[in-house]
Write a protein that binds this ligand. Sequence first.
Ligand code: 5GP
Ligand code: MG
Length: 173
Amino acid sequence: MYKMSKAPLLTAVQIQERIEALAAQIAPCDFDVILSVLTGGFMFTTDLCRHIATPKLQVAFIKASSYGNSTESSGELKISGLKHLNIRGKKVLVIDDILDSGNTMKELVHKLADFGAKELKTCVLLNKPARRAVDFNVDFVGFDIENKFVVGYGLDYANDYRTLPEIWTLEEA
Ligand code: 5GP
Ligand code: MG
C-alpha cells in the first residue's frame, strides 16, 4: 500500500513559474511540432504550450508505456501512435513527464530518427539523475529531483493521481 507525502514536493505555483521560464527558453528555438508523450506528459504539455504563443506551432501525441500497475518499470516499452506521424523536415520538441532510467526517451529518439525530422530536441518536467541507466542527454529540464517515486501533475500510480496540480511523493504506508 502507498500513501501520498504530507506536503507536495512541488507546489502548483512552483510548477507554473518554472514552466513560464522554460517556455521563455524554448520559444526562441522556433519548433514546428511539439510531440507529447502520453499519458504522463499531458498536463505539462498543455501548460507549456499556453506560454509558447505562436500560431504555427503544431502539437502531436504518441503513447509510451512500460510501467503497468507498479512503481518499477517492467522494462518492456510499448510505443503507439507513430504510424501517422509526419515530422519530416520539421523541428521537433519531444515532451515527456519524467526522465528516470532514460530508456523511454533514448528508445523513442532512436525510433524517431527514421522519421526525417530536421531537428529533434527533448524536454522533461522532471529529471531523476540518480536513476539514469543509459547515456542520454535531455535538452530542457524543469526540475532535478531525488530518487523518489512521484505522482500528480500528469504522473500516475496505476492511473490514479494524474489530475492533481502538484507533484507529490508516494511512500509505503
Ligand atoms: P524511464 O524510461 O526514463 O525509466 O522512465 C520514463 C517513464 O517512466 C516516464 O515517462 C514515466 O511514465 C515513468 N516514471 C518514471 N519515474 C516515475 C515516477 O517517479 N513516477 C511516475 N508516476 N512515473 C514514473
Ligand atoms: Mg511516461
